[in-house]
Structures are given as C-alpha cells and as structure tokens.
Design a binder for this molecule. Structure first.
Ligand code: PGA
Length: 257
C-alpha cells in the first residue's frame, strides 16, 4: 500500500435493517467502539432512507449510498442522484454491485453513474468480480472488461477518488453454493487490477484503494490484510453484527501499525 493512503473498511448493509430505529441502534453501537481508531477510514452504506438520520451522530464514520443514478434531476421515477446523496451527507457510493448487475445493470450504466457521482463530489466504490472461476482463467478477462468499460472516460485527476472493490460473486454470502475466496485469490486479482489501472491511468493509479469483499469476517480479515494485497475490506453480512464489524475495524487498524 502507498504511504499516506489510509486503509478503509466499508459496510454494505444492503436492504437492512427494517426500521430506522434499528439502523440507529446498530450505528450507535459501532460509534461507541471506534473512538480510538485513527488510521482507518470507516464507511457505512445503509439504505439511503437512513442517511439523513445517521449523519447527525458521527463525523468520524463516513456515510455512503448503495447506488446513485446518473441523471442530474428530472423524470426518473424512483431514482436518487449523486448530488442528492452528497447533499444529505453521503461521501461515498457503491456502484456496480453484483446484486444490481444480476438485476440487469450494465457496465455502461455503471460508467455513467461513476462519472456523475464524481461530478457530484462523491467517491465511487466500484465493484468488480467474476461470477465463477474457470480453468482457462477467462475470469481475468471479465474483470478486465468491467474495469475498462466502467472506468472509460474517467478523468485522470479524479481517479484517486475511486475505490475498487474486488468481489468474486462466488464468494458473496448470499450466493447459493458459495465458497470462500482465499487471500491468495485476492492477491492474484489485486495485482492484476493494479496492472490494468496503471496501464490506463499511469502513476495516478497508485492512489486508488483496492479492497476485497465476499463473506469477509473477523476470522479472516487479518489474513486478507497480511496476504491478500488489499487496502481495505468491504463487509456485507458481518457489518450487520456490530461486534463482528468492530472487530474487523480493529484488525484493520492494527494492520496499519
Ligand atoms: P457479504 O457481502 O460480506 O455478505 O458476502 C459483501 C457484498 O455483497 O458486498
């Protein structure tokens, strides 16, 4: 990891919890335990409905949305723009998550959302990852295509704001018959991603943080930091359990010493 680049722990709460009261409780629980955290950026991405409420409780924990539309405003029923997310206090946005891609979201749409989010002042967390691995290693190509198409036309001077989350779909907790990705799987892919982005963006690419996501837990977080080549982790299921999530943050913090 480049000197001066803080590690990052991201929570993707997905469509949880069911009430804003529960969201507040989970958030407060996490706040209480992170006062001594200095070297780790903590980003929580709740359902956007809860952003306005949660932003009042902490400056230390940064908030993000789980998607933001590319249109600036107008006739886009049901959508929320990057500018709206920013105005309500969000600073990050997860884009291109595999659960959205499974619903039909294309690289082209993700690309438009990335550019619009950057214009709005947000830091996009671009999710890439293959659905399965094959003996011919064609999964490298699918990640390469995702990167090429999603980052097409992104300006060099803004690229440092992008976080890339490598999330192999076969390792995500909600994938049927999932199995664990190892830190070695993560290392091989993060090296590959670094090569692709440095070919495209030159020296600026070294400022991009690459994180791993896919059933991250407090049990394997240390190993991912040590051997996975990552600048951070993105947790879904584990982020809904305050104790587990706090443990992951502490492991990250300890790994930066
Ligand atoms: P998971 O989710 O940690 O529950 O696998 C990660 C994600 O889908 O972003």
């Amino acid at each position: 990891m480049q000197a001066g680049k803080n590690k990052i722990i991201i929570a993707n709460w997905k469509m949880n919890p069911l009430t804003s009261k529960e969201a507040e409780k989970l958030f407060q629980h996490i706040i209480k335990s992170v006062s001594l955290v200095k070297r780790t950026a903590i980003v929580i991405c709740p359902p956007s409905l809860y952003l306005a409420k949660l932003r009042k409780f902490s400056r230390k924990i940064l908030l993000g949305a789980q998607d933001a539309f590319w249109g600036e405003g107008g006739p886009f029923t049901g959508e929320i723009s990057g500018e709206m997310v920013y105005n309500i206090g969000g600073r990050y946005v997860i884009l291109g998550h595999s659960e959205r891609r499974a619903g039909g979201e294309t690289n082209g749409e993700v690309n438009k959302k990335i550019k619009a989010s950057l214009t709005a002042g947000l830091r996009p967390i671009l999710c890439v990852g293959e659905t399965m691995r094959d003996a011919n290693h064609s999964y490298f190509n699918s990640v390469k295509n995702q990167l090429a198409e999603c980052l097409d036309g992104v300006k060099k001077d803004l690229i440092h704001k992008v976080v890339i989350a490598y999330e192999p779909v076969w390792a995500i907790s909600s994938t049927p018959n999932r199995h664990d990705a190892t830190p070695a799987d993560s290392l091989e892919m993060t090296i590959f991603i670094r090569k692709i982005i440095s070919d495209k963006f030159g020296a600026e690419a070294s400022k991009i943080r690459i994180v791993y996501g896919g059933s991250v837990s407090e049990k394997d977080a240390g190993d991912f930091f040590k051997n996975g080549g990552v600048d951070g982790l993105l947790a879904g299921k584990a982020s809904l359990d305050a104790k587990k999530f706090i443990e992951i943050i502490k492991i990250c913090e300890a790994s930066s010493r």
